[in-house]
Write a protein that binds this ligand. Structure first.
Ligand code: KIV
Ligand code: ZN
Length: 530
């Protein structure tokens, strides 16, 4: 495989000889504890199911002592999760640890995650404890947790601002007391990649029993470096990453799970590590977490943002049409997005426009394409989003007027107080002249009934609007008509000093567009069959 080449969707398997990085998801704990992200019990269960199905190794389901709701959520998740280890968070006190043990009791693989602050600022101001007291609590809390479960994680809160000697002493004591995972969090998002990577190297080298535990990264995004720091921690020897879907979490959030997973996968050349994550579920997980928390996903968010696989610049679209690897380092399918989208806008070029028309079923001659492209550019200059429907309308309008199959030849309407109103209409229909007389509830109704009698159709009248183009009683009437069928809308517009004539012409303009589209769809499907 060449450098920067996208891997295919199936390459998440652990490759022989590669180190495994364990994914610890804390969307339901660190993620849920951020302002506004509260989830109901049912929502937490849905998220846990998706995380488990996606291959997350450890789901931190909540903080059981925090509330009865949290306790219940952790207990129920512990009971239902099939594959992942289920962890609960506990401070260093006995009550916290016992409550947490009770909550994770029914998990196939229960974990207690206990923590205490070790930095000078936290010990002095938050805990108001001396380092020696903190040290004692590390030993006591880990030992107590270990009496409940075999799998105990210990975190030194504010680890990146902790003095190295004290940090190493605490880590050694925690491992001696039975901790199987040691997490060194960058609680306040303060560290930088080089420093964080070096911290893990230092601790692993200096702590004599460091080989008895798995080291873990836990990064916050206050300086926008959470993912970069997490990856640097892995390079420094950590083999567990704590992260959240969409990067939700305290303040600026945690490292985003989808970014960590795809960075490891896409840059396997510099990060030779595998995860057990089925990356094709990343988009689904992101959408679920966004929906249940009501936290929108930033449009340009890496991996799961709606623009992550969208290209608008003409140069990029041209490159993409020639070879997707020109501008994509991952395939959209590999993260669960069905396809790349070439967003049509003012930066799009001719090639992308031609390709879009082809997708929409148009086969235009070169001069027609050129004409449509000019009108598309004019529209894109005026309109922020140019949707497929806009392009269809733009082309259909031109095709319809060039090839109008039905035209008004004459119209006579009798109106007034002595109803019913009567319309006598003659149409040119593909060269054949046909006349009908119809009545209606008013002159417009009579005219439209006459059209319906000559051109039977399923479309519903969605809009009928008249406005005077100029002032005065001789003003041109401009009429707009929208006809809807099968969820699509066809618009027609016409102007005439006689409002009834303008109405008939506008209605027929919409019908002509509808007919042009139906012809095009039939021709396209006949081509596909052939
Ligand atoms: O950020 C942090 O330090 C934490 C700990 C509880 C692990 O979330
Ligand atoms: Zn945190």
């Amino acid at each position: 495989m060449t450098k920067g080449q996208a891997k295919d969707a199936g390459s998440t398997q652990v490759a022989a000889g590669k180190d495994r990085v364990v994914i610890f998801d804390t969307t339901l704990r660190d993620g849920e504890q951020c302002p506004g992200a509260t989830m109901t019990l049912d929502e937490k269960l849905q998220v846990a199911d998706v995380l488990d199905a996606m291959g997350v190794d450890i789901i931190e389901a909540g903080f059981p002592i925090a509330s009865n709701g949290d306790f219940e959520a952790v207990s129920l998740i512990a009971e239902r999760v099939k594959n992942a280890t289920v962890a609960g968070l506990a401070r260093a006190g006995n009550k916290d640890i016992d409550r947490c043990a009770e909550a994770v009791r029914k998990a196939r693989r229960p974990r207690i995650h206990t923590f205490i602050s070790t930095s000078p600022v936290h010990m002095k101001w938050k805990l108001q404890m001396e380092p020696a007291q903190v040290y004692e609590m590390v030993v006591a809390s880990v030992s107590r947790a270990r009496n409940h479960v075999e799998d105990v994680e210990w975190s030194c809160e504010d680890g990146t601002r902790t003095e190295h000697d004290f940090l190493c002493r605490c880590v050694e004591a925690a491992i001696k007391a039975g901790a199987t995972t040691i997490n060194i969090p960058d609680t306040v998002g303060y560290t930088a990649p080089e420093e964080y990577g070096a911290l893990f190297k230092m601790v692993r080298e200096r702590v004599p029993n460091s080989d008895k535990a798995v080291f873990s990264v836990h990064c916050h995004d206050d300086l926008g470096m959470a993912v970069a720091n997490s990856l640097a921690g892995i390079s420094g020897g950590a083999r567990q990453v704590e992260c959240t879907v969409n990067g939700i979490g305290e303040r600026a959030g945690n490292a985003a799970l989808e970014e960590v997973v795809m960075a490891l996968r896409t840059r396997g050349d510099i990060f030779p590590y595998d995860t057990g994550i089925d990356a094709s579920m990343l988009t689904r997980a992101s959408k679920l977490v966004s929906a249940v928390t009501s936290f929108p996903v930033q449009y340009n968010k890496a991996i799961v943002g709606r623009n992550a696989f969208a290209h608008e610049s003409g140069i990029h679209q041209d490159g993409m049409l020639k070879h997707t690897q020109t501008y994509e380092i991952m395939t959209p399918e590999s993260v669960g997005v069905s396809k790349t989208s070439l967003v049509m806008g003012k930066h799009s070029g001719r090639n992308a426009f031609r390709d879009k028309l082809k997708q929409l079923g148009y086969a235009l001659a070169d001069n027609q394409l050129e004409d449509a492209f000019v009108r598309f550019k004019e529209l894109a200059d005026r309109k922020k989003h140019v949707y497929d429907e806009d392009i269809e309308a733009l082309v259909d309008e031109k095709l319809a007027t060039a090839e109008d199959r039905i035209k008004v030849l004459s119209l006579l309407v009798i109106a007034g107080t002595m109803g019913p109103q009567v319309a006598t209409l003659t149409l040119d229909m593909d060269g054949e002249h046909r006349t009908v007389q119809a009545t209606g509830n008013g002159p417009v109704d009579a005219t439209f009934n006459a059209i319906h009698a000559l051109v039977p159709h399923e479309a519903q009248l969605e809009l009928y609007q008249v406005h005077a183009v100029t002032e005065g009683t001789d003003a041109q009437a401009e009429v707009s008509v929208h006809l809807g069928v099968d969820g699509k809308s066809f618009s027609g517009r016409a102007a005439h000093p006689d409002t009834m004539v303008a109405s008939a012409k506008a209605y027929l303009a919409a019908l002509n567009k509808l007919a042009a589209r139906q012809d095009r769809v039939h021709a396209h499907s006949a081509e596909e069959v052939a």
